[in-house]
Design a protein around this ligand. Structure first.
Ligand code: HEM
Length: 361
């Protein structure tokens, strides 16, 4: 199965999929020059581009501060102050992108899907009532959070990013994990995902309690409880779930097994189309209850995925996204930006100054 999906994925990529990498993916990438440097922005530069650049500097400095570290301890007794800029984050992006497919035998040939899941599980612990959890902190580095059942298998993603952290020691783990999610989505031909840095790492005391992430065996009431707690609505829940076009379930992680789509390393609206148009039946096996498509028996759906067509309010959004990939990309980009920023104390005013990284794909 892995080989078949990999072959199809490669075919899709080489054919460039003009309909999936759509106008929306291209439109927000505004490139402009200032002071001999090239910048990419999610919005047009303001009439005074120097004000925009000041704004970016303020966002980074205000939120993350200067990073102080010593590159070569013997060279100088003075630690160097370093305020990373767009180009520095783009360099981290490029490093991650260049390594996504370095291990041919990993899953369907890319670490992209598991990096998206890491970024989502780091963010999805947010509780809007208490303001706890969210992508600030990277507390999944520690037990008990690393050992929560929902996070099984994410060590693969965290370990994958360790050499990147070593090469760019100034970036926090929490900014790095989210940047990796952004990079993975864009490199898997998804829409542009505007990004802003400013997350700081926290210690073990900031670990969130178990049970904040969704349980795949449950249905619509559970999904609403979990995602409303983060501050999302029905439309946003359905848009987020489209990420299940990517990757697969693993018996040794969640207990479930198999991919949702035939192209698990390319982001498309296929998850919705398959959910609506295929005939799904319970899989007869010794594992947890999951669905399989009756035609090929090679694709899967979780009970929580199936809830999106069993519930009328969810289903209307599944239908819209199945019919319109551009709409899915637009809404997915907006909602994942919100997800990835949950619980982060960004500098005031920085919400209009996100960066869009240039893809390497
Ligand atoms: C709606 C509630 C959700 C449930 C119940 C759920 C559940 C699961 C489960 C059980 C797996 C399999 C893990 C494994 O065995 O490796 C998985 C994988 C995945 N999930 Fe979700 N998920 C949900 C929402 C999301 C969201 C919101 C995103 C991202 C925006 C996401 C992205 C992914 C990705 C990319 C994978 C594949 C990981 C890989 O290939 O290693 N999921 N999810």
């Amino acid at each position: 199965m892995a080989t078949a999906t990999r072959t199809l994925t490669r075919a899709l990529r080489t054919s460039a999929r003009p309909s999936t990498r759509s106008a929306f993916a291209a439109a927000p990438r505004v490139a402009f020059r200032q002071g001999g440097r090239r910048f990419y922005s999610s919005e047009s530069p303001k009439s005074s581009s120097s004000a925009w650049i000041w704004g970016v500097g303020a966002a980074v400095i205000g939120a993350g501060g200067f990073f102080v570290w010593q590159q070569d301890a013997s060279a100088s007794a003075e630690p160097k102050a370093f305020a990373p800029k767009f180009e520095d984050y783009q360099a981290v992006y490029n490093e991650i992108a260049g390594r996504l497919e370095e291990k041919e035998d990993y899953d369907d040939g890319s670490y992209g899907p598991v990096l998206v899941r890491l970024a989502w599980h780091a963010s999805g612990t947010f509780d809007k009532e208490t303001g706890t959890g969210g992508s600030n902190g990277a507390t999944m580095r520690f037990n008990p959070e690393a050992g929560h059942g929902a996070n099984a298998g994410l060590k693969a993603a965290r370990d994958f990013l360790e050499p990147v952290k070593e090469k760019f020691p100034w970036i926090t783990y929490s900014d790095l994990w989210i940047l990796a999610g952004v990079c993975a989505i864009q490199e898997m031909l998804g829409p542009a995902i505007p990004y802003r840095p400013g997350r700081s790492d926290r210690d073990v005391t900031a670990c969130t309690p178990d049970g904040r992430l969704p349980d795949a065996a449950q249905g619509q009431d559970h999904l609403r409880n979990i995602f409303y707690r983060m501050g999302f609505n029905d439309q946003q829940i359905v848009a987020l779930a489209g990420a299940h076009a990517l990757g697969r379930c693993h018996k040794d992680r969640s207990g479930f097994d198999g991919p949702w789509t035939f192209s698990p390393t390319v982001l498309t609206n296929d998850f919705y189309n398959l959910l609506l148009n295929e005939k799904w039946q319970w899989k007869k096996w010794g594992g947890p209850k999951q669905y399989e498509d009756s035609k090929t028996k090679s694709l899967m759906m979780l009970p929580a995925d199936m809830a999106l067509v069993q519930d009328k309010k969810f289903k209307q959004w599944v239908e819209k996204y199945a019919a319109d990939n551009d709409l899915f990309f637009k809404d997915f980009s907006a909602v994942i930006v919100k997800l990835f920023e949950l619980g982060v104390p960004f500098a005031e005013g920085s919400e209009n100054q996100r960066w869009v990284f240039k893809t390497t794909a």
